[in-house]
Design a protein around this ligand. Sequence first.
Ligand code: HEC
Length: 212
Amino acid sequence: MEHFADHCAMCHANDGSGDTLLGKNMYPKPPDMRETVTQRKTDGELYYTIQNGVRLSGMPAFGEEHGTGDQDTWKLVLFIRHLPKLMPEEQKEMGRLNPKTAEEREEEKEEEDFLRGDNPPGKDSKAQHSHCQGEISDNSITVETTAKGTGEKTTTTVVIVADTKFTKNDSPATLKDLKVGDRVVIHAAKKGDQLEAHMVRIWALKGAARPH
Ligand code: HEC
């Protein structure tokens, strides 16, 4: 599972569906490996594909990396067999094991610093979205942002819209899960003269360490 999350999921997705940005832009596309087309293949065929790749396609050969007859490849075959029965918890666990892009790591670090209180809430360099912490009312969150240079404080209202996504401690959540006093990290974008929340990440315990 770790190996798949780390080496295969960028094309095949954690659930084997192939529904990834990279996968969707490939021709031929990675197949949905949960479907019979893949599941009907023999272990030997799957093993061969992983070891040797698929010529003239995006599917790389892992044989050299794994070494011939390496157990890793057989484990991957077993994991592909397991894909149709993959549990949501397993998929979540894999999310943690997926390689991160530099940008994602940067964003995670910013959030971590921010949650620790090291970094005063402020607009990040991209100015497109901001990470901020706030007080919660019914359909908006009032946030106080501190300008990085001047330390000047401004109060902004972040509006929650129909497609605002929520997560609580990294699990999907809804507005109802948001309690006054929660620490939230909001990814918001400027819409006209207000900020609209794209994503509200809720961390239940004040000052709680991120789970990873
Ligand atoms: C760079 C993208 C990419 C990566 C990384 C990748 N694959 Fe693939 N894979 C593909 C594509 C594209 C195909 C479809 C090839 C075709 O049909 O011609 C494929 C096909 C396959 C197939 C054949 C499925 C079938 O039904 O024939 C298997 C099995 C497979 N990949 C396993 C893996 C495993 C295991 C890993 C990680 C060790 C991996 N792949 C990594 C892109 C990728």
